[in-house]
Every structure is written in structure tokens, then in C-alpha cells.
Design a protein around this ligand. Structure first.
Ligand SMILES: [Zn+2]
Length: 329
């Protein structure tokens, strides 16, 4: 492991640019330091998960690579969250742990991620109803990646409401190999997103769907506008985070490149909000509740940051992945 570090340090052509003064050599240690600075307090959850304690760190043959499965229904008190209106046109219908978002338009709802099967009825179906929204108006279901904590509602929403299911091509392949008895069932193949991405437009609102392979081969991330008191705010939604894939240098390079791609797309779109699909990464449950409180004049929405802070999120992901990749050489 150290041999690779010395080699990289000796070559010395690539340098970290986060320092104002002397550039540091690119080593795993320096990348982790850069990631820690990029994370700050804002993104500590993501930093801890992928830079300090990556799921695949000990790596033996796919350890940690299995998608999370809902083997039994955990105590409701541990996960149930009330639904919340968070932006004018974006509603949180997730759990305390995993996010599901309803983006409302004049022509129906775009639902982003669908939770474990046990949470679909209480959080998504009943949650939307509690908020005065009609689950029957869900037109698109965007699945960030095919792990059970985000996709087990897809089959129900497809069969009950005829919602279109949108997923990355490799994740469709993985999904369709599941047995019919899989929790939540298996959706029928529907809208397949390739590496070039796509745009989903409903009721005048467009979601830019960006292929960001890494967490899974078909992970999708999103950029879309929401409104805060009528003002447009752009969200960059990161569709996959943890390093619970087989530990290979190539996989970390793919992950790193996707973070950089998403960072550029977020900057180009003027994104000032980062969202994720685990509340540990974007504090969605906390922010959803804080968003219910009155704000002082001029006070920002609890989700809103600025372009530089959004960039830090994707820099941190790229740096943590690159640190792991280099440490394997
Ligand atoms: Zn996952």
C-alpha cells in the first residue's frame, strides 16, 4: 500500500489544488485531508461513511457488496417520519433514515426513490394523502439505484398507479434478475437510462437525469429546480454514496469520475442545494423539520447553501474515492 503512495509522491506531477500556498502531493492521506476540509461540518456524515469507514475497506471477496435487504420490519418508532412540505413543490415522504421526495408539477408528481417495502404505504401512499396530494397522480418514479432501501416501492407504484419507472440500464438488469418473491416485488422493465442520461419533463418541470455509476453501475443522480417562496432554487441530488461495492481500483475511478461529472453539472446548473437519499448524508429529516419553522426576513431555506458548498460535496466524494483507489496501488 505504501509503495504506491511513495511512487505517486515521487512523480509529483499531480497536486491537490485546495491549498492556497504550497500544493500537497496527491497521496491517500492528503486526499482524505482535502476531503475532510471539503466536508466541513456540513457533510460530516458523508465524509465519515466513505473516507473514514468505507464499507468495503477490508475488501475480501465482495464483502459489504450485497444490497441492503429488508429482512424484517424494524420497530416503526425507529424509522417512521411524518411527511413534510419542504419547498413549494417538493415534499419529504421518507423515513428518518431514507429519503423519498415528491416533486409536484401541474401535470402530476415525479417521485424520487421509494424506500423499503414496509415504508411504502405509511410514508409514500399515506404521506402524500396526509399532505393533500394524490398518490394516483404519480407519473414518474425515479430510482436512483437498485438497492432495496430505495427501490422496493417501484413495483407497487407501477402496478397500482401506472407510474413510469425510470432506472439506469445496469440496475434494471439487476432488478429483473430478482425472484418474484423479493420484498416489494419486481417492477416490469420500463424507462431505461443509458450512460448519456436523459431529461424527464412533466408539467413544465424538467429533471436532468445524469448517469453517475459508482455506488452501483446504474446509479442516477438528478438536477432539478424547486421553488422557495416562489424563488427558483436548483437541487443537485446525489443518487448513490456508500462504498459498499466490490473493492477494485477501477470501481473507485468510475465513482471518482462520476462525482466530478456531477460537480460540474451542478455548477453549470447553478445548484445551491445538495440532496441525497440517506438522511445521514444530507440531514434530510432534520432539514425537513426545520423547514416547518418560521424564518426571519432574508433567512435562507435550511437546505440552501451556495455553489461553493455544493461543489465541496462532490469534491469530497471524488477525493475519498481517489484516496481508496491510490491506496490499492
Ligand atoms: Zn445503495
Amino acid at each position: 500500500m505504501r509503495v504506491g503512495l511513495l511512487f505517486v509522491a515521487a512523480v509529483g506531477v499531480m497536486t491537490l489544488t485546495v491549498h492556497a500556498q504550497a500544493p500537497a502531493p496527491v497521496t491517500p492521506e492528503n486526499l482524505v485531508k482535502a476531503a475532510k476540509r471539503a466536508a466541513g461540518a456540513e457533510y460530516a456524515g458523508t465524509f465519515l461513511r466513505i473516507c473514514v469507514a468505507p464499507d468495503n475497506l477490508d475488501g475480501g471477496a465482495g464483502r459489504g457488496a450485497a444490497p441492503p435487504a429488508a429482512r424484517s420490519v424494524p420497530d416503526r418508532a425507529l424509522w417512521y417520519a411524518r411527511p413534510y412540505k419542504v419547498f413549494d413543490n417538493l415534499y419529504f415522504v421518507g423515513t428518518k433514515i431514507h429519503s423519498s421526495w415528491a416533486l409536484t408539477t401541474t401535470d402530476g408528481i415525479v417521485l424520487i426513490d421509494t424506500l423499503f417495502d414496509y415504508a411504502i404505504e405509511p410514508e409514500i401512499v399515506e404521506g402524500l394523502t396526509t399532505l393533500g396530494l394524490d398518490p394516483g397522480s404519480i407519473k414518474y418514479v425515479l430510482i436512483s439505484h437498485a438497492h432495496g432501501d430505495h427501490d422496493q416501492g417501484a413495483a407497487l407504484l407501477q402496478s397500482r398507479y401506472r407510474a413510469r419507472i425510470v432506472m439506469g440500464a445496469p440496475d434494471w438488469e439487476a432488478t429483473l434478475q430478482r425472484p418474484a418473491s423479493a420484498p416489494g416485488g419486481v417492477p416490469k422493465r420500463d424507462m431505461v437510462v443509458g450512460p448519456e442520461g436523459t431529461k424527464i419533463t412533466l408539467g413544465g418541470t424538467t429533471v436532468d437525469v445524469i448517469a453517475t455509476p459508482g455506488h452501483t453501475p446504474g446509479t442516477l443522480s438528478y438536477i432539478f429546480p424547486v421553488r422557495d417562496g416562489g424563488r427558483s432554487v436548483v437541487v443537485a441530488y446525489s443518487g448513490g454514496t456508500a462504498f459498499n461495492f466490490p473493492r477494485r481500483a477501477e470501481s473507485f475511478a468510475i465513482y471518482r469520475d462520476s462525482q466530478n461529472k456531477m460537480g460540474k453539472a451542478a455548477a453549470a446548473a447553478g445548484a445551491t442545494v445538495v440532496m441525497s437519499n440517506h438522511t445521514e448524508f444530507d440531514r434530510a429529516y432534520d432539514r425537513a423539520r426545520i423547514a416547518q419553522l418560521p424564518r426571519a426576513p432574508g433567512e435562507k431555506h435550511p437546505y440552501e447553501t451556495d455553489a461553493a458548498t455544493v461543489k465541496r460535496y462532490f469534491d469530497l466524494g471524488a477525493d475519498c474515492a481517489e484516496a481508496q483507489r491510490l491506496s490499492m496501488q
